[in-house]
Design a protein around this ligand. Sequence first.
Ligand SMILES: Cc1ncc(COP(=O)(O)O)c(C=O)c1O
Length: 447
Amino acid sequence: MSNLQNYYREHYWAPFTQMGDLSDKEPLVVVSGEGATVTTEDAQTYIDVHGALWLANIGYGRREVADAVYEQMKRLSWFPSFDGMSNDAALQLAHRLIQLTKQENMNRVFFSSGGSEANEAAIKMARQYWRLKGKTGKYKVVSRNRAYHGVSMGALSATGIAENRQHFEPLVPGFRHIEAPYCYRCPYGLDLADCGLACARELERTLQFEGPDTVAAFIGEPVMGAGGMLVPPDGYWQEIQRICRAYDVLIIADEVVTAFGRTGEMFGARHWDLVPDIMVFAKALTSGYQPLGATLVNESIYEPYIGKYGEGKEFLHGTTYAGHPAACAAAQVNLDIIEREGLVEQARDKGQYLLEGLNDLRDLPVVGDVDAKGLMARLEIVRDKDSKTSFPADARTGPGVSEKLLEHNIILRPLGDTLTFSPPLVIDKTQIDRIIGALREILGALS
Ligand SMILES: Cc1ncc(COP(=O)(O)O)c(C=O)c1O
């Protein structure tokens, strides 16, 4: 056990981790990264299929990002954006994000330091928007079971993963959840061929039940991440959009995972012609080189906030480091690289290659479901394919597979028995071949 591993065991408290589990296991301490790989302190190099929490889009070791952050910090380490002041890096990035989201009619950018904060801002913006429009009772937010929107109390209240929520109740009032588009295990027991998009239509029933005059917004990830990398069927988002428009409910697209190329489009919403009122970014906005979140709105959401001092219309929300110049400098170069190297197209092409590789594994008895959108993919392990019966939860099959993958120098994060794939978009096809080869061996042995 190295010094660093001892520090982990003795002093560290890691997020979303049962620390007791690690008492007989050595923590993996990463010290460097290059492309789609990371290297540990004992000089083992791993392919990062996980993409470091689904975000390392441009890959590791980009010196030009580090240089831009260094130059920025030498020139201006930090300056806030409260009270009519700001810094040049934040304003430049805001301008660029608006150019990038012309198709969605976004026109204002509100910065924060990560995805939870950016969703928190989105939810508050939607609530205050309706108050400013004189509809004070329109405050509820509809979300989905299995959704992950973050850990702060508002974002957590929108989250639909029971285990994440239950220890922190009571949560914020006014959140409702509908079923997720989990077609492999349809919550209604229907087949996609003739389900009539029941999961999307549930939104309409929910709005009628709650009273549309009480609902401010619907929030959803274009492709669900932590809920199991769930790609919605075609027509799903179109139907959600139709319903939201019919009942005057705002649409918040939580693009924290899906934005900036991950799904083979610049933004996940574009696969289904979704035009949200509010878009939420974080993660690949900087590919992890700096922490940054952004909440974008169109002009009609912003407009009611405008008035004179004393009218009480301003958005009294914001975190100290919103629009941090070093993070904004990192985001600029990150976006340069995504555009220059055609990483959105690369995600589409390599995503198809990965999907074909995963589909080839379907001959194994334990491979239940495979699906992908760009380089965001899932493989669900089952004990019995015909009945879709899972292994018992305490067998910890998914985590077992991921431990075996470590022996092949591959880092992959399972969600229960669903293996998730979200590698840096710069991963190459030989690395994808290695992943598929290792999975064939491990899942074959499991079969
Ligand atoms: C879709 C989605 N929204 C929000 C968040 C929260 O982001 P953060 O962890 O930066 O607060 C995450 C994190 O994984 C996410 O996947």
